[in-house]
Design a protein around this ligand. Structure first.
Ligand code: PAF
Length: 284
């Protein structure tokens, strides 16, 4: 069965009318992390939770700030469609910018509030407003019963879950674990920008998270120190932030906090900005 590509909102709506959809939103440049989302969507179809998988491919200008890599962002449509077809996706929604934003500048946007201005939002002002706005539009266009996201973008996942609850979207957010290379490096569309030395250096991010996780029993200071010492041992890695958050609030935990937490890391490796995160338990 070959994949059908809808380029307009009305084509897409026609194709999914009367169907229960599992939606996998992407910006293309697909890798095995995206294919893990499709595999999970296929399980939803097998379990009769959904009867169709729709993947969207849209490099959303609204989530890129001035000076970010919108023009450089990899666009690999033919390759992406071949991967999606091989993975059994029935419908791909690949709209143009004009189709998604027909009036150019939007009069209405979703705002991501305080959490959207922390961590990724500190260096990427407006990024999460752009993400939430396009995800809200995709949910309105596709009306999926389930929408799937990768845990690698932990802050995005948290904010989308909040938006779905806050704005009462009738969909379930399904979160899929990060897919990693054997070296531990989390898969990302931006990994292709790393040269061989940078690629080796980039392993420090996941190694730092592992070091953090194994220090959880000794408290927050030890967690941060363990991760920092790994990152500082790699001179091609320029740390942007390292933080430990409470998964229910996405706010940094204080010294007294005990329980489940998530360590977040963002760093520039050469000119490529990478993020990663890992679940930990703060005890002691
Ligand atoms: O994670 C991404 O690829 C994007 O942020 C998303 C969710 C497709 C919105 O453009």
């Amino acid at each position: 069965m070959s994949v059908v590509v809808a380029e307009t909102v009305s084509e897409l709506r026609g194709l999914v009318q009367g169907r229960t959809v599992a939606l996998v939103p992407t910006m293309g440049a697909l890798h095995d992390g995206h294919l893990a989302l499709i595999a999970r969507a296929r399980e939803l179809v097998t379990a009769a939770t959904a009867d169709t998988i729709v993947a969207s491919i849209f490099v959303n200008p609204l989530q890129f700030g001035p000076g970010e890599d919108l023009d450089k962002y990899p666009r690999t449509m033919d390759d992406d469609l071949a991967k999606l077809e091989a993975a059994g996706v029935a419908v791909v929604f690949a709209p143009s910018v004009e189709q998604m934003y027909p009036d150019g500048v939007l009069a209405t946007k979703v705002t991501s509030g305080t959490i959207g201005s922390l961590f990724e939002g500190r260096t990427r002002a407006g990024h999460f407003d752009g993400v939430l706005t396009v995800v809200a539009k995709l949910l309105n266009i596709v009306d999926p019963t389930a929408v799937l996201f990768g845990q690698k973008d932990a802050q995005q996942v948290f904010l989308v879950q909040r938006m779905v609850r806050d704005l009462s979207f009738a969909t379930t957010v399904v979160v899929v674990e990060t897919v990693r290379e054997d070296t531990g490096l989390a898969l990302s569309s931006r990994n292709r920008f790393l040269d061989a030395k940078e690629h080796r250096a980039a392993r420090a991010l996941s190694a730092a998270l592992e070091a953090a996780a194994s220090s959880g029993d000794r408290g927050i200071d030890s967690v941060l120190a363990a991760a920092q010492s790994v990152l500082m041992g790699e001179n091609l890695v320029a740390l942007d932030y390292l933080a430990v958050v409470n998964p229910t609030t996405f706010l940094p935990v204080d010294d007294a906090y005990r329980g489940p937490a998530r360590v977040l890391v963002a760093a520039r490796v050469g000119s490529t900005r990478l993020i990663d995160n890992e679940k930990i338990h703060l005890g002691g």
